[in-house]
Design a protein around this ligand. Structure first.
Ligand code: URA
Length: 192
């Protein structure tokens, strides 16, 4: 993975587009690297592209994406403005199934490189696959909320995935608490 660890954005984009390191490449229309400010303070990491993302080549553009945009707006953030949005896997898992551990592991060097290039101040892991990929540990989202984790020196917060929140409305209030925690953490990090 030495190769990926030395890439710039253009090489990374090209490598992801051509990647055949796991079987998710077989059914994708296109790989989805990520979107946003490459000098972002905030990095949001989801699970993997769904049907609309696979079609359009941008993360979180379907229903879950609309909710993510609303969540961002709730803490005065906007896609692309000091915000980068990526995923644990860059290719759509067929039928939107959860990516397997071997698939997130195969894709992880790309995410690692994205994080090295962006150097965000705070990472928000959206749901279990993102949290487990980044923390390399088993994670229960409910038990991990409100805590500050560490990804290679960068503070990391775990919250629910927007697609889960669309199915589980009562947990939206908890996600709101998590966003307030994330905002307060960022304000502290920025010395505000
Ligand atoms: N869900 C995700 O985890 N990522 C996307 O890009 C879209 C939906």
């Amino acid at each position: 993975m030495q190769r990926i660890a030395a890439m710039g954005w253009d090489e990374l984009q090209a490598a992801v587009a051509d990647c055949r390191d796991c079987r998710l490449c077989e059914q994708r229309k296109q790989a989805v690297l990520g979107v946003g400010d490459v000098e972002a303070d905030w990095l949001f990491v989801g699970e993997g592209p769904g049907a609309e993302e696979d079609e359009r080549g941008e993360p979180f553009v379907g229903q879950a994406g609309k909710l993510l945009d609303a969540m961002l707006a709730a803490i005065d953030l906007q896609r692309g403005r000091k915000v980068y949005i990526g995923n644990a896997v860059k290719c759509r898992p067929p039928g939107n199934r959860t990516p397997e551990a071997a698939e997130t592991a195969a894709c992880f060097p790309y995410l690692q490189r994205q994080i090295e290039l962006i150097r965000p101040k705070l990472i928000v892991a959206l749901g279990k696959p993102a949290a487990e990929t980044l923390l390399d540990a088993e994670v229960k989202v409910g038990a991990s909320r409100g805590r500050l984790f560490d990804y290679r020196g960068i503070p990391l917060i775990v919250t629910y995935h927007p697609a889960y929140l669309l199915r589980t409305l009562p947990d939206k209030a908890k996600a709101w608490e998590d966003l307030c925690f994330a905002r307060a953490t960022m304000n502290k990090l920025a010395g505000a």
